[in-house]
Every structure is written in structure tokens, then in C-alpha cells.
Design a binder for this molecule. Structure first.
Ligand SMILES: Nc1ncnc2c1ncn2[C@@H]1O[C@H](COP(=O)(O)OP(=O)(O)OP(=O)(O)O)[C@@H](O)[C@H]1O
Ligand SMILES: [Mg+2]
Length: 501
């Protein structure tokens, strides 16, 4: 209440109580006192006298507006000229109630409180949309990058493997080749690291209709740490404190996003240059009720209470433009609450911060990571393989892998594959990409089901990076085997030889 008269304040309060309110209130009548009171907020409602000795209602309103507060503001005053009332409303004051018509006060307040609630909900929705939007665009970007990386990478990794094998043979007779093998080994190691990054990117790109699966927290931490390597490197040592915990029920890619956000925040809270004196600790453990806990702790700047109060609010950031958008933790909280988990934080300025995620207990932990073990078969007879991929590099590497055991025919479009089969060509196995222009792999499958059902059955699909596409989704109803790009040559070799016998 911005009101210099205690008596008038009493009248207003009596009216409010009659209307069923039991307000906590403070009365102020100077600019400084109002500012201080606003800082102690939040407030649901402000009433102000129109004119007081040190201050006017309209000035009071400007103070509120300068603080960017959306609190209903009602002037309650003795008779004033019509013009003054109009000017106040024009300035944005919600309503003007005359002291001799106080029976209007309660209905006006009820209306304004309702409107304020609607505005708050609308704002919340806008923020949620923003979060959803960024999640979608990050996912799509990641998907397309992973997709583009996969084809050349498959070629690089495959060729390195082939060259290594050939040189291994030669090195038995030519000693000078041995050091080359070491160089090749380094190159392969590099390719493997890129493969992991591409796989991690794909973790981020799954379509939003999410599968909840049993997720190994360690694995998610490791892939997030790899992705954050650059941010961490010159700032802190990483300490891994992995206690023995069962898998949690979550979506792996989303959880990866959460961990990555937390780890990058932790890294960014530490100044560059003292990596030896700083730590980022990632931990998994169980609390005393048996719930699974994941933690990211840093020895960085820590947060003051007024920062801490806002960190989960979308768009709140203390970082410069270009470094932070302030959406990271808002996204984390949403992902975490979607899986019924909780995120909490402890922080002290100058010491560091600890983010903790507590996962709900789950009933069953069986049948996880059960990899089917497949015996290795050597080729039993020479077969005919059709490779359908719009990326010639892929066909080429497959041809090189299989040429010794099988005949490989490659085409660059599903249409051409279909035409050949319609003309009567037969194959033992079809290896097909999913996404191709004109006709996709799944579409080829549907056509083959009509014209050559046995060939449809023999199809094996390469899946690339993009999980968001329709073509990828259309694989859903198809039971055939999929091989993820980039693939290991041994794996491919084994699959081919198993299928041709
Ligand atoms: N580990 C931390 N140590 C210190 N401050 C932190 C830490 N984590 C978050 N904060 C504070 O919380 C704010 C909000 O974090 P959030 O992840 O939501 O956004 P951001 O990191 O600023 O930007 P974005 O994640 O969108 O790139 C940060 O700007 C920072 O002030
Ligand atoms: Mg962040």
C-alpha cells in the first residue's frame, strides 16, 4: 500500500477483509521505501493513493514499472479530476477506485488478479515454447552433421583398415614397413575418435517421441565428457567417482544433453589457465534410501543466492552474448522432470557448485546391455551382393571388403536397384541405405515385397545419422537387420558371411 494516511489504509484493509482477503501488507509513502519494499517482494497487488505529500500514485507506478514488475497496480484515491484519472490509466495503471466508492475495490482486485495469472501463464508457455524450439533445432543440426560425417568417415576407417591388413602381410618380408604401421595405427585411432563423436552427436538427434530405456550413467557421463573436452581441457582436471549403480530409466540422448550442459556450465565457471588447481568431479552413487544419484561438481566461481534463485529460468544467463543463451538449465530441468527425476543444486561463492540429479527407483533392472553373441562364420560360398547407396564411397569400401569372397554390384539409386530386379537379376543379399533421393530404402523394401519377396527379406539397412526424418521413421515397421554407420569392417564382413551360405 502506497498510502500516507494510516486511517485510509485501515479503510482499504477493512474492505479487503470484507471481500474475503486476508492480506499480508506493508505501507510505504516515499519512493525509497517503495523501492526497498519492492525488492523484498514478490507482491501480488499494489494499491496507491493518488497524491501524497512526498510522492504521487503515478510516480509510484513508474517506480514499479522501472523494476519490470508485472503486479496489478490500482490507485485508490479521493476525488480527482477526470483528466488525472485518464492520464493515470493511460500511463498503464490498471484501475482507479475512488475512496468514496470503495465497494468497487474488491471486484476490481479480483479481476486484476485473474488477469495477472493469465499473463503469467502465458509468459510461462512462451518460455516453454522457446525451450522446445531450441531443443528441436539443436537436435536437427546434430542429426544433419552426424549424417554428413558418417559417409566419408566410413570410407576413411574402412580404407585404413584395409591398408593396415595389406601392410601387415608385406611387413613380414619388408622390415621398413613396420614404422608405417604405427603411423597407420595413429590415424585409425583418430578415425575412431571421430566415430565416437559422430555417435555422440546422434545421441542428441533422436526424434522427440522418446523411448525410455535402461541407461548406464557412466556411459553417458563418458560421452558427455568427450564432447566437452575442449571446454574442460585448460580449466580443470576431471575426477571420476563412479560408484556401483544400476541403470536408470531415461532417454539416453536427453540425459546426455543434461550431463553435457552441467559439465559445460561447470567448466565455464572456472577461469582458463589453472587446470591443476581445479576439479570437475562427476559421480554416481546411491543415497541412503537406495536412490540412484548423479552429480557434477566444480571448484569454480560458485553462485550468489540471487543468481541461484534464477538459474532454472529460461533465458537467465550471466554469460556474455555468444557464450550463453540461458537455456541450458531450463532444458535440463524439463528433461529431468519428464523422467520423474529431480535436480538440485548447492553452491557457495568462491568455492564452487554441485548439481545433483536424483533418479526415481525403478522396478526392474534385468535384460540390459544383453548383446546377442553371434558366432563368426567364414564365407561358405561365393554370393552376389547388391549395394544400394547414393554415396559411391560406401559401395566402394564394401566392394573392397567383400570382393575376395563375393561378387558385389553397386547402384546409386533405389530406382535402379528395382529396375535391375524387375529385369530378373537375382542377389543373395541387398545392402541398402535408408535415406536416398527419389526413392528411399524402406520404399524399395515395399516394392520388393511385391515383386521379389525373398529379396525384400534379404535386405539389410544402413542407418545414418538423422533420426528425425520420415524415411527413418518408415523403417519402424520393417523387421530387417540394420547396421549403423559408420560400421566396423569386421562387423560387416561377419554379417555378410552369415547371410550367404
Ligand atoms: N556450475 C556453475 N557454476 C557457476 N554458475 C553456474 C553454474 N551452472 C550454472 N551457473 C549459472 O547459471 C546461469 C544459467 O545457466 P544455463 O546453463 O541455464 O545457461 P548458460 O550456461 O548461461 O547458457 P547456455 O547453457 O544456454 O549456453 C549461468 O549463466 C551461470 O550464471
Ligand atoms: Mg549452460
Amino acid at each position: 500500500m502506497v498510502e500516507d494516511s494510516a486511517e485510509d489504509a485501515g479503510l482499504i484493509l477493512r474492505e479487503l477483509r470484507r471481500g474475503g482477503f486476508a492480506p499480508d501488507f506493508e505501507r510505504v509513502f516515499s519512493r525509497e521505501a517503495l523501492e526497498a519494499a519492492l525488492d523484498r517482494g514478490p507482491w501480488d497487488l499494489i494499491t496507491a493513493d493518488y497524491s501524497m505529500p512526498q510522492f504521487t500514485g503515478v510516480e509510484a507506478f513508474e517506480v514499479v514499472r522501472a523494476k519490470n514488475l508485472d503486479v496489478p497496480f490500482i490507485i485508490v484515491s479521493g476525488t480527482v479530476g477526470e483528466q488525472a484519472a485518464v492520464a493515470a490509466m493511460k500511463a498503464g495503471v490498471q484501475d482507479f477506485v475512488l475512496k468514496d466508492k470503495l465497494d468497487r475495490l474488491v471486484p476490481v482486485i479480483e479481476r486484476e488478479l485473474r488477469d495477472a495469472q493469465v499473463r503469467a501463464e502465458r509468459e510461462k508457455m512462451r518460455e516453454q515454447l522457446l525451450v522446445a524450439d531450441r531443443m528441436a533445432s539443436v537436435g536437427m543440426l546434430a542429426a544433419s552433421v552426424a549424417h554428413e560425417i558418417n559417409n566419408p568417415l566410413t570410407s576413411i576407417a574402412g580404407n585404413l583398415e584395409l591398408i593396415t591388413r595389406a601392410l601387415l602381410d608385406l611387413s613380414r618380408t619388408i622390415p621398413a614397413i613396420a614404422p608405417l604401421l604405427e603411423d597407420l595405427n595413429d590415424a585409425q585411432e583418430g578415425a575412431r575418435r571421430i566415430q565416437e563423436i559422430a555417435r555422440d552427436l546422434k545421441l542428441f538427434s533422436r526424434a522427440p517421441a522418446e523411448v525410455v530405456e535402461a541407461v548406464d550413467l557412466r556411459r553417458v557421463f563418458e560421452s558427455s565428457l568427450r564432447m566437452a573436452r575442449n571446454e574442460i581441457q585448460h580449466r580443470a582436471r576431471v575426477v571420476r567417482d563412479y560408484g556401483d549403480v544400476p541403470p536408470v530409466e531415461a532417454n539416453e540422448s536427453r540425459l546426455g544433453q543434461v550431463f553435457l550442459n552441467l559439465i559445460i556450465n561447470a567448466a565455464q565457471s572456472i577461469a582458463v589457465g589453472h587446470a591443476d588447481n581445479n576439479e570437475i568431479r562427476v559421480a554416481t552413487r546411491r543415497d541412503n534410501q537406495g536412490q540412484v544419484i548423479a552429480e557434477v561438481e566444480d571448484t569454480g566461481s560458485g553462485m550468489a543466492p540471487e543468481v541461484l534463485a534464477q538459474i532454472f529460468t529460461p533465458l537467465f544467463t550471466t554469460k556474455p552474448v555468444g557464450v550463453g543463451t540461458g537455456l541450458g538449465l531450463a532444458i535440463c530441468r524439463r528433461i529431468i522432470s519428464d523422467i520423474g527425476a529431480e535436480i538440485s543444486v548447492e553452491s557457495e561463492v568462491g568455492k564452487g557448485s554441485l548439481f545433483r540429479i536424483t533418479f526415481p527407483r525403478i522396478g526392474h533392472t534385468a535384460d540390459l546391455t544383453v548383446e546377442s553373441v553371434v558366432a563368426v562364420h567364414a564365407a561358405r560360398r561365393r554370393g552376389r551382393i547388391l549395394v544400394v547407396d547414393d554415396e559411391p564411397m560406401i559401395s566402394k569400401i564394401i566392394r573392397r571388403v567383400c570382393a575376395r569372397d563375393h561378387d558385389v554390384v553397386s547402384v546409386e539409386s533405389a530406382r535402379e536397384a528395382l529396375a535391375r530386379i524387375e529385369r530378373g537379376e537375382r542377389f543373395d543379399l541387398i545392402l541398402s541405405d535408408v535415406m536416398m533421393p527419389a526413392m528411399t530404402g524402406p520404399q524399395l523394401y515395399e516394392e520388393l515385397k511385391r515383386v521379389a519377396p525373398d529379396l525384400a527379406q534379404s535386405m539389410v539397412f544402413f542407418t545414418g545419422g538423422s533420426f528425425a526424418s520420415d524415411a527413418q521413421a518408415s523403417l519402424d515397421g520393417i523387421p530387417n537387420l540394420r547396421i549403423e554407420k559408420p560400421f566396423a569392417i569386421d562387423h560387416l564382413h561377419r554379417i555378410i558371411n552369415e547371410r550367404i551360405h
